[in-house]
Design a protein around this ligand. Structure first.
Ligand SMILES: [Zn+2]
Length: 66
């Protein structure tokens, strides 16, 4: 039940381009590799995100992408 409350908040933060952990705008994060229009962004809190440049969307990095 706890997760059901957290997930929409995280989705909302990501839709605004903010880290789900600390709320920092991800454009201020460390940008790493960029392949296939996707950019890996490492937040200062250590969370890793994928920025899809085509879709202009952020999402949490999958385990195999980390
Ligand atoms: Zn963060």
């Amino acid at each position: 039940m706890f997760k059901n409350v957290i997930a929409p908040v995280q989705a909302w933060l990501l839709s605004r381009g903010q880290c789900v952990g600390c709320g920092m705008p991800l454009k201020h994060g460390k940008k790493k590799s960029s392949e296939n229009g996707k950019e890996k962004i490492i937040c200062k809190c250590g969370r890793i995100f994928i920025h899809d440049k085509k879709a202009k969307k952020y999402r949490r990095a999958l385990f195999e992408e980390v």
